[in-house]
Design a protein around this ligand. Structure first.
Ligand code: 3HC
Length: 311
């Protein structure tokens, strides 16, 4: 690449400027953003499945309404971020193929089963809570379309977290069986939620470049720690136990220090060997095949519209 162009690009990044689709950018920058944004979009789409599992079994119409709204939001987030990848010159159909044939990654968290209604509350509270910590910082990313998408998505994530925490609050103040169901859900989702932030900084091959180019503004471990510091008091407020015997508050740093993450579990799930990876991919492939007629109808309609315009 032209060293002068690269130097000018680096100067723009250092000055905190926003890089826009038509601006010159190093191919590596484009590639990194395509990787990160496409996996983010895939995560949103696959993320609909664990919660979709409980829409028909929500305990009340009010709970069903907010869960349907949340799952619908996730679909919108996915489509919105796929639009963002298209500003990088990517064809979203190629990205969808990469997801369906197992070449693409999506967030590990969605490969865990949703076994009880309490999981809907805990996912809203912990998983969307983690996403908010991650995405409020991504809203300051150097690539304009991605940063702007995060602003709108974070507003909706806040609704997701609130509806989740409200479910948890009701269960925490409910019968002993409801409280036990909630505690069991926290036990199953706490550590996978910490894994959403990625490997530790010492094992994060992409972070250095992403930080230098101000796509990432904080490291994986910094965001993970911020999430833990935010969330532990919320668990204490509900009388819940965090399943980590090493968790303790450090007065000097103000951090809730936590135990070692099981990185072998993390890499197994990322590799495709989590509890639900196969089921999630099968469901996505079936949905894609069953939706073929919709795509064909939309294409036929668009061609008729075009023909009518051109006559
Ligand atoms: N699940 C699956 N793969 C993961 C992962 C996770 N939790 N964490 C890291 N990885 C992968 C990375 O993709 C990378 O693999 P690749 O090079 O083949 O893509 C590898 O592990 C090494 O990790 P790095 O730390 O080097 O990767 P990144 O610098 O990209 O950091 C990240 C990982 C923090 C997830 C970052 O990509 C990111 O912030 N992405 C945008 C946000 C996002 O995707 N969030 C997904 C959460 S789902 C969500 O928000 C939906 C909401 O509705 C709940």
């Amino acid at each position: 690449e032209d060293p002068a162009l690269l130097a000018a690009f680096e100067a723009r990044i250092a000055a905190g400027e926003s890089i826009e689709p038509k601006d010159w950018m190093p191919e590596r920058y484009r590639k990194q953003l395509t990787r990160m944004m496409s996996q983010h979009a895939h995560s949103e789409i696959v993320g609909m499945l664990p919660e979709g599992n409980w829409i028909t079994r929500a305990p009340s119409l009010r709970r069903k309404l907010s869960l349907i709204a949340k799952v619908q939001d996730e679909a919108g987030h996915g489509l919105y971020i796929y639009c963002g990848t298209e500003t990088l010159g990517v064809d979203r159909h190629e990205l969808v193929e990469q997801l369906l044939d197992g070449r693409a990654k999506y967030s590990s968290i969605f490969n865990y089963p949703t076994l009880a209604w309490a999981d809907m509350g805990v996912i809203g509270w912990l998983v969307d809570g983690a996403a908010i910590v991650n995405q409020t910082v991504l809203a300051k990313a150097s690539y304009g379309p991605y940063a702007r998408a995060m602003v709108r998505i974070c507003k909706e994530e806040n609704f997701h977290k609130r509806q989740g925490y409200e479910i948890c609050t009701v269960l925490a103040n409910g019968t002993p069986a409801q409280k036990a169901m909630l505690q069991d859900s926290v036990n199953r989702f706490w550590w996978p939620a910490l894994m959403m932030f990625g490997p530790s900084d010492t094992n994060s091959p992409n972070s250095a470049e992403l930080l230098r180019w101000r796509v990432k503004r904080k490291t994986n471990d910094e965001l993970r720690q911020r999430f833990v510091n935010l969330t532990v008091p919320q668990a204490i407020a509900l009388g819940l136990t965090i399943p980590d015997p090493d968790l303790h508050f450090n007065e000097a740093t103000g951090d809730w220090e936590f135990g070692e993450i099981d990185w072998s579990e993390f890499y197994e799930v990322v590799k495709g060997n989590g509890p639900c990876n196969q089921e999630r991919m099968e469901t996505r492939r079936a949905a894609h095949e069953n939706g073929e007629w919709v795509r064909a109808a939309a294409t036929a309609h668009a061609e008729k519209q075009r023909a009518r315009r051109d006559t």
